[in-house]
Design a protein around this ligand. Structure first.
Ligand code: NAP
Length: 284
């Protein structure tokens, strides 16, 4: 049986450190603030936003929520982002994805001031990440790196395989593993011999979004298997991409879903909000 990587426990440790930093900042008269913008009534988005607000309360970050109806216009959203860019009490701005059809998410993200872009999705921050000079680490991939670090799993020199090449998970994940001196292979829907490639991975990160995608045959004995996927199984229960019961037999380490990468994403968002507050107060 593989060792379980407990994302909930590690996220709690990260948040405890963030809470300490927040109280130090407050002692200097600085309160980090996060604005969360949610558009429409997607139930999953509502859960994520509530969890983010709860995490802010836990660590002492001030938070504001802007809930707009699904028929909100691009102009309204742009106006809101511009207002938040100028608001001194707001250190970080997050627009909850996905936005309802008809709204241009990419254009909106580009309007967020890069120093308030706590998701690190703005082209400026993506460019910085590519150069290895990032201010903000993209939350989910940074959470994966923390999980590996806390678990004592060396990345340097290891073959790291990332399945998925999205802008929010796969690509930045590959960049962070590369920055940590991993030898990185990125797989996607056009990859040939996917199983064979995955079965040579010392660290296998799956970010596909399909339940049952990673089978036991794709896992190298002793590998660290990190499941970013968040899916619903046939009974409607939350599950990842990995067939846990199979991978668990071969892997050295494995993350559960829920309780793996998910809580880390939120913990890293808290960390980025503190970084943003420091940046805006010339403490970085
Ligand atoms: P996405 O934008 O849909 O990207 C999925 C990726 O998987 C794409 O690059 C796609 O390849 C690849 N893929 C699809 N079918 C494949 C196949 N048969 N073989 C190989 N690759 C295949 O999704 P995302 O936003 O990156 O999210 C991925 C998953 O992570 C989702 O389940 C999402 O809910 C979850 N997620 C979790 C967290 C968290 O905090 N735990 C955060 C963000 C996302 P192509 O590029 O070729 O189409």
């Amino acid at each position: 049986m593989a060792k379980m990587i407990d994302g909930k426990a590690i996220a709690a440790e990260v948040k405890a450190q963030v809470a300490q930093e927040v109280s130090q900042l407050k002692a200097q008269g600085i309160t980090p603030g996060l604005a969360v913008v949610i558009v429409g009534d997607d139930p999953a988005s509502r859960i994520y936003v509530n969890n983010k607000k709860k995490a802010c309360e836990t660590v002492g970050i001030y938070s504001e929520e802007y809930a707009l109806p699904a028929n909100a216009s691009q102009a309204e959203l742009l106006e809101l982002v511009e207002k938040l860019n100028k608001a001194p009490e707001i250190s970080g701005i997050l627009v909850q994805s996905p936005l309802p059809r008809g709204l241009d998410e990419a254009a909106l993200v580009e309007m967020i001031a890069p120093q308030k872009d706590v998701d690190a999705f703005h082209a400026y921050n993506v460019g910085k990440l590519t150069q290895g000079r990032q201010i903000f680490q993209p939350c989910t991939p940074a959470g994966v790196i923390e999980l590996l670090r806390y678990s004592g799993i060396e990345i340097s020199g290891k073959h790291c395989v990332v399945i998925g090449r999205s802008d929010i998970v796969g690509k930045p994940m590959a960049l962070l593993l590369l920055q940590n001196n991993g030898t990185v292979t990125i797989c996607h829907s056009k990859t040939r011999n996917l199983e064979e490639i995955c079965s040579t991975a010392d660290i296998l990160v799956s970010a596909v979004g399909r339940a049952g995608f990673v089978t036991g045959a794709m896992v190298k004995p002793g590998a660290a298997v990190i499941d970013v996927g968040m899916n619903r199984d046939q009974e409607g229960k939350l599950c990842g991409d990995v067939v846990f019961s199979e991978a668990d037999k071969t892997a050295g380490w494995i993350t559960p879903v829920p309780g793996g990468v998910g809580p880390m994403t939120i913990a890293m968002l808290m960390k980025n909000t503190v970084t943003a507050a420091k940046l805006q107060n010339e403490l970085l």
